[in-house]
Design a protein around this ligand. Sequence first.
Ligand code: FEO
Length: 176
Amino acid sequence: MLNPKVEKLVNEQVNKELYSAYLYQAIAAYFVAGNLPGMAHWMNAQAQEEVIHAFKFYSHILERGGRVVLEAIEKPPVEWESPLAAFEASLKHERFISDSIYKIYDAVVETRDHATRPLLDWFVNEQIEEEDNATANVEKTKLVQGNGQGLLMLDREMGARVIPAPILLGILPAAK
Ligand code: FEO
């Protein structure tokens, strides 16, 4: 049985992960409008990964006999000042998500909801990668600020990102 305090926080996390997808889809659209298809592709892939994150929390609630409560998803921004500002917004958001996951972890420890720990351990590790990727995007974009050719090269590099497969992310069992 899922602890009610943890259940509430995990439900809120479903919403936060879906907002992450919304935010990254909005950034992708901003990049398309700015003729940066590779960066748009990277953000589209990231948005898909966020939906998978939401689904992981959603499934956990159901598996533990809890009740999923889906709330309205906040409207994300439409415009950013520059590609760098968009990547900085994504880094800031990932730090917010990490902090939110740590708060769930605190509640899990406090309520001795040990059965939720493996899921959160997965997310704590995942957030290391998420923040690392978001930081790399910021740093690389800083390097090419004001250099159109460098920006196009970075755009091409980001266009090579492989779309995440749910099986590889451990969401769906691999076929036997
Ligand atoms: Fe679901 Fe990017 O954290």
